[in-house]
Write a protein that binds this ligand. Structure first.
Ligand code: ADP
Length: 581
C-alpha cells in the first residue's frame, strides 16, 4: 500500500469529527493569537511608557493586556478539552472499527499472526494513531492560520516585514522539521516494529513459562526480551536527542526571526515610515507567533510513526474473510446434516485434507467420526462452522447448502464442546451467560444439573459467583469440561458438535462425562469426533476417517466384526486399557 494512500485513509477516519477538529484548530489559533496580542499590547505599553504619555492614552492597550491575558488561558483550556475529547472519541471509534473488521477474520485469516502481534496492533498501534490528530494534523493547520494572520498584520505596516517574517516562519515550520525528520528517518518505523516484537516475546514467554522453565530456557528467553528492550530504549533515546535538538533549534529560529524583523523595521523607522514604539510591538509579536512552530518537528516525526501503525492496522482490515457471505441467508427446515463428495485443502497448503467424503447425520441422530490424529476430523468442523469455505462437493443442513446460510446465522445452530473449551477468567455465571446472555437463574440451574455439576457449584462458598481463574485453572479438568457442557446446553442449539470433548480426562472421569453427554444428545443432531473409542456402542453411525478419506462406516458391533481399521483401533485401545489397569 502506498504511504500517501495510508494518510488519505487515516484522514477519512477523521472525517466524522471534522467539525470538532476545526473547532480545536480554531481554539489553537485563538490561543496563539491571544499570546501575540498579549505580547504586542504589553510591549506597546512598555515602549510608550518611555515617552511619558498621558495615562488615559494607554487605556486601550491596558484593557488589551487584560483581555489577551485572560483569553489566552481560556482558549488554551477550551482547546485542550476539545482536542482531548476529540482524540478519545476518535480512538474509541478506531478500536471498534478495527475489532469489527478483525472478528470475521478469525480464525482462518488470523492464524498467521502471533497473539502478541495482534495485541500490539489492537493496543499500541491504535494508541499511536491518537498522535495523528493531536500531533500531525492539528499543529500544521494552526501554524498555517497563524502565518496567514501575521502576514496580513505585518503587511499593514510594510510588505517587506511580512515577507521577512514569512521566510523565517517557513524555515522554522518546514525546513527545521524536515531536517529533524531526516535525522530520525526510519526510527518511527523501528519503534513500532520493535515494540511489537517485544510484545510477542513477552506474551510467548508468559504463555509458555512452564515449558521454558522445564527445558531450562528461561535465561535465553530473558536475554531475548532484554535485547529487544534495549533496542527499543536505544531508539527512543535517539528520538529524545533529536527532539531536544529540535526544541533548541526552534527557540534559536524564533529569536533569529525577531532579529530579522528588527533589522527590516529599524530602517523603516529611520525613514519615518514606522513609529518607534511599533518596533517593540512587531518584534515581540513575531516572537510570540513562533509558538505555532514549536510542535511541528514532532508532527513530522509522528507522521512516520502513525503511518507505520496505520499500515499495520490496514493490513489486517484489508484482509478479506475466507468465506463468501450469501446475499440472503436461508433458513433450514430441519437439522439433518448431509455431506456429499466433499474435497477440501487449506488455502495455504495444497494437500487434500478431505478427499471426496460423504456422510449423513439425520436429524436427532448421533454420529461419530473417528480416526487417528491428523485424519481431517477437525477440518470437517471448521467447514461446518463456516470458518473456511469449501469448493468441491456439498454440505447441506436440512437441504439448504451451507454456503447459503450466513456465517453468523449458522453459528446459532450449533453448540460446540471441544477438548479445550476456552473459559474466561471470570465467574462461573459470566462464563455461562456467554452462551445465552439473558438466561434466567432457573435456566442456568437446569443446564448445570444436566451437566451434573450443579451440586459441586452449590457447595462452593460463592456458588455461581466463584471466580474460576485464568482459563478456568481453579477447576479440575472434569469440572471444566462439565462447565463447558453446561454452557453448550444453555445455548440450546439443535446441533451438538463434540470435538474430542473427553480427550484430556482420566478414564474414570471420561466415562462419567461421556454418560452425561449421551444423555444430552437425545433429540439433537450430534456429530462427535474422537480418536478414542469411548461410548461408541451408543452411536447411530460411525465413520472411520483416515488421511482425509472415509474408509469404513457402520455401527460399533458391525465395525468390530469387520476386522478393518476400526476393529484394529478398538483392539489396540482395549490392550492399552488393560495394560493401564
Ligand atoms: P484431526 O482433527 O483429525 O486431528 P485436522 O483436521 O486437525 O485433523 O488436520 C488435518 C490436516 O490438516 C493436518 O495435516 C493439519 O496439518 C492440516 N490443518 C489443520 N488445520 C489447519 C489449518 N488451520 N491450516 C492449514 N492446515 C491445517
Amino acid at each position: 500500500m502506498k504511504q500517501q494512500n495510508i494518510y488519505i485513509r487515516l484522514l477519512k477516519l477523521l472525517a466524522p469529527f471534522k467539525w470538532w477538529i476545526l473547532l480545536a484548530v480554531f481554539l489553537g489559533f485563538a490561543t496563539i493569537s491571544s499570546s501575540i496580542g498579549l505580547m504586542a499590547t504589553a510591549s506597546y505599553i512598555i515602549a510608550s511608557a518611555a515617552l511619558h504619555p498621558q495615562l488615559g492614552s494607554l487605556f486601550v492597550p491596558i484593557t488589551g493586556v487584560r483581555f489577551f491575558g485572560i483569553s489566552r488561558g481560556v482558549f488554551r483550556y477550551a482547546e485542550r478539552i476539545v482536542s482531548h475529547n476529540t482524540t478519545f472519541k476518535l480512538l474509541a471509534r478506531i478500536r471498534v472499527w478495527f475489532y469489527e473488521k478483525l472478528e470475521p477474520l478469525a480464525p482462518a485469516k488470523l492464524q498467521k499472526y502471533k497473539s502478541g502481534d495482534l495485541m500490539s496492533r489492537i493496543i499500541a498501534d491504535v494508541e499511536t494513531l491518537d498522535h495523528f490528530y493531536v500531533n500531525v494534523v492539528a499543529p500544521p493547520l494552526v501554524a498555517g492560520a497563524i502565518a496567514a494572520g501575521m502576514f496580513v498584520f505585518l503587511w499593514s505596516f510594510s510588505i517587506k516585514l511580512a515577507i521577512a517574517f514569512l521566510i523565517m516562519f517557513a524555515i522554522a515550520a518546514i525546513a527545521a522539521p524536515w531536517f529533524a525528520s531526516w535525522l530520525s528517518r526510519g526510527q518511527g518505523k523501528k519503534i513500532v516494529n520493535t515494540r511489537s516484537e517485544l510484545n510477542i516475546a513477552l506474551i510467548d514467554g508468559i504463555q509458555g513459562l512452564a515449558d521454558l522453565i522445564a527445558f531450562g530456557q528461561e535465561e535465553k528467553h530473558k536475554t531475548l526480551i532484554d535485547q529487544l528492550n534495549k533496542k527499543l530504549s536505544f531508539t527512543e533515546l535517539k528520538m529524545a536527542w533529536i527532539n531536544a535538538l529540535n526544541n533548541g533549534l526552534q527557540v534559536l529560529l524564533a529569536n533569529l526571526a525577531l532579529v530579522v524583523v528588527l533589522a527590516v523595521a529599524i530602517p523603516l523607522v529611520n525613514d519615518q515610515l514606522l513609529k518607534g514604539v511599533t518596533l517593540a510591538v512587531l518584534a515581540m509579536g513575531t516572537l510570540a507567533a513562533f509558538e505555532a512552530t514549536q510542535n511541528l518537528p514532532r508532527a513530522f516525526q509522528y507522521l512516520e510513526k502513525t503511518g507505520q501503525a496505520a499500515k499495520r492496522l490496514f493490513e489486517i482490515v484489508d484482509s478479506r474473510p475466507d468465506i463468501a457471505e450469501p446475499t440472503r441467508s436461508l433458513q433450514p427446515q430441519n437439522f439433518e446434516i448431509n455431506i456429499t463428495n466433499l474435497t477440501f485443502s487449506y488455502p495455504d497448503n495444497g494437500t487434500k485434507v478431505l478427499d471426496n467424503i460423504s456422510l449423513l447425520a439425520p436429524e436427532g441422530k448421533k454420529i461419530a467420526i473417528v480416526g487417528p490424529s491428523g485424519a481431517g476430523k477437525s477440518t470437517i468442523f471448521n467447514l461446518l462452522l463456516r470458518f473456511w469455505d469449501y469448493e468441491q462437493g456439498s454440505i447441506k443442513i436440512g437441504n439448504v447448502e451451507l454456503k447459503n446460510i450466513g456465517s453468523e446465522q449458522v453459528k446459532e445452530y450449533y453448540a460446540v464442546v471441544t477438548q479445550n473449551t476456552y473459559l474466561f477468567n471470570s465467574t462461573i455465571r459470566e462464563n455461562l451467560l456467554l452462551a445465552k446472555p439473558d438466561a434466567t437463574d432457573d435456566q442456568i440451574k437446569t443446564a448445570l444439573e444436566q451437566a451434573q455439576i450443579f451440586d459441586f457449584i452449590t457447595r462452593l462458598p460463592q456458588g455461581l459467583d466463584t471466580y474460576i481463574g485464568d482459563q478456568g485453572m481453579n477447576l479440575s479438568g472434569g469440572e471444566r469440561q462439565r462447565l463447558a457442557i453446561a454452557r453448550a446446553l444453555l445455548k440450546n442449539a439443535p446441533i451438538l458438535l463434540l470435538d474430542e470433548a473427553t480427550a484430556n480426562l482420566d478414564p474414570i472421569t471420561e466415562t462419567e462425562i461421556m454418560k452425561t453427554l449421551l444423555e444430552i444428545m437425545q433429540d439433537k443432531t450430534t456429530i462427535m469426533i474422537t480418536h478414542r473409542l469411548v461410548g461408541m456402542e451408543h452411536m447411530d453411525q460411525i465413520y472411520v476417517l483416515h488421511e482425509g478419506k472415509i474408509m469404513e462406516k457402520g455401527k460399533h458391533h458391525d465395525l468390530v466384526k469387520n476386522n478393518g481399521i476400526y476393529a484394529k483401533m478398538w483392539h489396540l485401545q482395549q490392550e492399552i486399557l488393560l495394560m493401564t489397569q
